[in-house]
Ligand binder design. Structure first.
Ligand code: ATP
Length: 323
C-alpha cells in the first residue's frame, strides 16, 4: 500500500500530535505518500485531506491537542455519511487509513472496515475506556495534570482543615478518578463503577475527621451519579454530616490541553510506527494498543464487542491506603 491517510477523532488527547508525526514519518520512511484528514470524520465526509511530508510534522511533538483538528461527526454515524467518506477515499486513491481516537472513533473505524476499507486504529483517549489497550494515549498526561491540581488543593485544604472535592473527567469510566485518587491520597473516590450515595461520602469524610485528619480529599468521576455538583450541594447544606467545610473544583478540559508527558510521546511513537508496520505487512481492521509493555493488535470487531473493565484491585488498594 502506498497512499495512506491519518485522522484524529473524538475528544483530543495529549500525544495525538506526536502520534500523527510518528505515523507520517514512519510512512515516509517506507516511501509511502502520506495524507492528513482535517477535523476527523467530518473532514473525511468533506474530502478535506492534505498531503503531509516529514517536514510538515516538525515542531508538533510537544504540543497538546491535534493540529489536524478533531470533531464529533453525527453524519459519520449514518450509512450515507460513511458512504460519502468512502467515496472520497476511493477518489483520492487512498489505500489505508489510520484512525487515532477513543471508543466512539474506533466504532467508526470498525464500520469503515466492514465496508471493505483497510483501517488501523490507534488507541487514544484520556478516559482509558477502550478495550484492547492497557493504557490509551493521553491518559498519563491527563493524570499528571489532574494530580498537580489535586496536590495543590490538598495543601490549601490542610491549612484550613477543609475537605476538597475534585471532579475529574473520564465520561462513564472511573479509571482517571481512581488513579488520581490513589496517587493523590484520596480519602474517598466516587466512580460510576462503584456508585455510592452522598450520605456514604459524608460518612467516610466524617470518619476521616474523627480519625484526626486535617483534610479530606474526595476525587469524583464526572460520570458518577453523585458527581461534584450533587455532592457539593448536599455537603454544603449538611456540614454536620461530614465534619468538614467543603471546597469544590471541577477540573474539566484543563486535563485535555496539556503538554504531552514523556511517557505519552514514547507511546505515540510506538503506536505510530506499529500502525504503519501493520499496514505495510497487509494487516488491517485492527486496533494498535499495548498490553504488558508489548504492542497488542486486536481485531476492531473484538474492540467493538467488548467493554474494558476496571481493575477492582485498584479500588481495594485505594480503600486500604485511605485509613
Ligand atoms: P473520547 O472518548 O476521547 O471522547 P471518542 O473517540 O470515544 O473519544 P466519540 O465522540 O465517542 O469520541 O466518537 C468520535 C466520533 O466517532 C463520533 O463523533 C462519530 O463520528 C464516530 N462514531 C462514534 N460511534 C460511532 C458508531 N457507532 N458508528 C460510526 N461512527 C461512530
Amino acid at each position: 500500500m502506498n497512499r495512506i491517510a491519518v485522522l484524529t477523532s473524538g475528544g483530543d488527547a495529549p500525544g495525538m500530535n506526536a502520534a500523527i508525526r510518528a505515523v507520517i514519518r514512519a510512512g515516509c520512511d517506507k516511501e509511502m505518500k502520506m495524507f492528513g484528514v482535517r477535523d476527523g470524520y467530518e473532514g473525511l465526509i468533506a474530502g478535506n485531506l492534505v498531503r503531509l511530508r516529514a517536514r510538515d510534522v516538525g515542531g508538533v511533538i510537544h504540543l497538546g491537542g491535534t493540529f489536524l483538528g478533531s470533531a464529533r461527526s453525527k453524519e459519520f454515524k449514518t450509512p450515507e455519511g460513511r458512504a460519502r467518506a468512502l467515496r472520497n477515499l476511493r477518489e483520492l486513491n487512498i489505500e489505508a487509513l489510520v484512525i487515532i481516537g477513543g471508543n466512539g472513533s474506533q466504532m467508526g473505524a470498525y464500520e469503515l472496515s466492514k465496508l471493505g476499507f483497510p483501517v488501523v486504529g490507534i488507541a487514544s483517549t484520556i478516559d482509558n475506556d477502550l478495550y484492547g489497550s492497557d493504557v490509551t494515549l493521553g491518559v498519563d498526561t491527563a493524570t499528571n495534570i489532574a494530580l498537580e491540581a489535586i496536590d495543590r488543593l490538598k495543601v490549601t485544604a490542610s491549612s484550613h482543615r477543609r475537605a476538597v472535592l475534585v471532579e475529574v473527567m473520564g465520561r462513564k469510566c472511573g479509571y482517571l478518578a481512581l488513579i488520581c485518587g490513589i496517587a493523590g491520597g484520596a480519602e474517598t473516590i466516587v466512580i460510576p463503577e462503584f456508585e455510592i450515595t452522598p450520605d456514604d461520602v459524608a460518612e467516610s469524610m466524617l470518619d476521616a475527621f474523627r480519625r484526626g485528619k486535617n483534610h479530606a480529599l474526595v476525587v469524583v468521576s464526572e460520570g458518577a451519579k453523585s458527581n461534584a455538583t450533587v455532592l457539593t450541594q448536599m455537603l454544603r447544606q449538611h456540614q454536620e454530616l461530614s465534619g468538614f467545610e467543603v471546597r469544590t473544583t471541577i477540573l474539566g478540559h484543563v486535563q485535555r490541553g496539556g503538554v504531552p508527558s514523556a511517557s505519552d510521546r514514547i507511546l505515540a511513537a510506538r503506536f505510530g510506527i506499529a500502525a504503519i508496520e501493520q499496514i505495510a505487512a497487509g494487516n488491517h481492521g485492527i486496533l494498535v494498543g499495548i498490553h504488558n509493555g508489548e504492542m497488542l493488535y486486536t481485531p476492531l470487531a473484538e474492540v467493538a464487542a467488548n467493554k474494558k473493565l476496571l481493575d477492582l484491585n485498584l479500588f481495594q488498594m485505594a480503600k486500604t491506603l485511605a485509613t
